[in-house]
Structure formats: structure tokens, C-alpha cells
Design a protein around this ligand. Structure first.
Ligand SMILES: [Fe+2]
Ligand SMILES: [Fe+2]
Length: 244
């Protein structure tokens, strides 16, 4: 395997590397701004001032993650990331609204954990400025996820609650899985070759799904089946294992 070269500036990249890196930062920027937006819009559903304050801290952290992406994008002279992601969220890929405090917990666990699993791929990115922002973001995402996990567990205590929570679990799992991108694509293989990530999207998505199994067993939730995910607009590759 050829040694992967560390890259620090645009001048060191060829066009293909540049285009892919820009796309990756754009996707992460979208996910960060989507998280900040959906949690901000749900603030009125959070019970009590203390918990609201905590969610505001998470929103602020998501904004800092988004700003870090904007800084990377600027350094690459790639355009206006804020304008791009804001219009994506308004027009092309709106993030579904959260309708209850329970759903906020489910979304924080599933969406933030998906984001963290993707970011872990960039911890040793061949683009050095990317590696430098990932550590802090990952630490904060862990806080968001565990907050979400606590809420989700709380809303799985009775069979009635569990049935309701399962509906929202299905919804946010579908949204989260979509963020992993197409598996086994030529872009994936190239990204691995040049060290922009280490594994194919399918392997990362599988790790993400496996990581949910413990909390799912404890809370009595199950994975939705493929047709159910398909109805929610998410196609899963046949090699993805959805068994518990
Ligand atoms: Fe984030
Ligand atoms: Fe987060």
C-alpha cells in the first residue's frame, strides 16, 4: 500500500482531491447546521429552565462545529458554506421537525452519533487541518449523545411509551442512515486511497448500527426492517445487518 501523503494547503492537492474534500466539508457543515437548527426549533418542548439551558449549550456547540467547517471551507476558497447549507436546509434537504421532548432525545442519540461515527473517519485525515478540528467536536458529540440516550431510556419504561418511542426511533434512524452517503461508490474508494477516510460508508454505517444495540436491548427497541426504512426514504444496502 503506498504511503499516504499529508496535505496542508490547496496548492498540494490535485483537482479530484480538492473536489472531494470540499464535498466532505459541505456534508459535515450541513449536518452541524441541521443539528443546531432542529434542536433550536425544539427548545420550547424541553421541560424546565435547567434542561433548556443544557440544550442551548448543545446548540451553541453545534454552531461552533459549523463555524469550524466554515473556516476549513474558507481556507480552501470554496465559497460561502453558510449560504450553501442554509439554502440546502430551506429548500433541498430540510431536516424533519422534532415534535416532543422524547423525540429530541431520540434525535440527539441517533443523529449526533451518526455524525460522530463519520467524524471518527477523519481523525487521521490526510488533510491536516481537518484532523485538528475533529477531536474537540467528537468530545462534545459524546455529551449530546449521552443526553439523548438518557431521555430515550426514560421514555421506554412502559409498553405504551415504548411503542411511541419506537416510531420516532424508526424516523430518526432513517434520517441518520441517509447521512452516511452511498456505499461502495468510486468516490469512497478514492477517498480511502488518498487518506481522506479509512473505510467505505457501508462499514462505517454498520459500526454505527452495531453501537446502538446495547441501548436498544436495554430500552426494548428494535431496528425497523428494510421496507420500513424504504418508506421513510432510506435505502439500505443488502449487506447491512439490521439484526439485534
Ligand atoms: Fe456537531
Ligand atoms: Fe451534536
Amino acid at each position: 500500500m503506498p504511503k499516504i501523503r499529508t496535505i496542508r494547503t490547496r496548492a498540494e492537492m490535485d483537482q479530484r482531491y480538492y473536489d472531494l474534500l470540499v464535498r466532505m466539508i459541505r456534508s459535515q457543515g450541513y449536518r452541524e447546521l441541521a443539528a443546531a437548527t432542529v434542536f433550536a426549533e425544539a427548545l420550547h418542548l424541553v421541560p424546565g429552565v435547567d434542561l433548556k439551558r443544557k440544550v442551548v449549550t448543545h446548540i451553541d456547540e453545534e454552531m461552533q462545529h459549523f463555524e469550524a467547517c466554515c473556516t476549513l471551507y474558507d481556507a480552501l476558497d470554496a465559497g460561502d458554506l453558510d449560504q450553501h447549507c442554509s439554502s440546502m436546509l430551506r429548500e433541498q434537504r430540510p431536516i424533519p421537525a422534532i415534535t416532543s421532548f422524547m423525540e429530541l432525545g431520540v434525535a440527539q442519540l441517533l443523529y449526533d452519533r451518526a455524525s460522530a461515527y463519520q467524524l471518527r473517519e477523519y481523525e487521521n485525515s490526510s488533510y491536516d487541518p481537518y484532523c485538528r478540528i475533529v477531536g474537540k467536536i467528537l468530545e462534545e458529540e459524546e455529551g449530546h449523545e449521552s443526553f439523548g440516550a438518557e431521555i430515550m431510556l426514560e421514555f421506554c419504561r412502559t409498553p405504551e411509551q415504548r411503542t411511541n418511542t419506537q416510531r420516532y426511533f424508526n424516523k430518526w434512524l432513517a434520517v441518520s442512515l441517509r447521512s452516511f452517503g452511498r456505499p461502495h461508490s468510486p468516490g469512497n474508494a478514492y477517498a480511502i486511497d488518498v487518506g481522506l477516510k479509512t473505510r467505505d460508508s457501508a462499514a462505517v454505517a454498520q459500526d454505527y448500527l452495531d453501537s446502538l444495540k446495547t441501548i436498544m436491548r436495554v430500552s426494548g427497541l428494535v431496528f425497523p426492517d428494510r421496507p420500513c426504512l424504504m418508506t421513510a426514504g432510506t435505502e439500505t444496502s443488502p449487506d447491512v445487518d439490521l439484526s439485534l
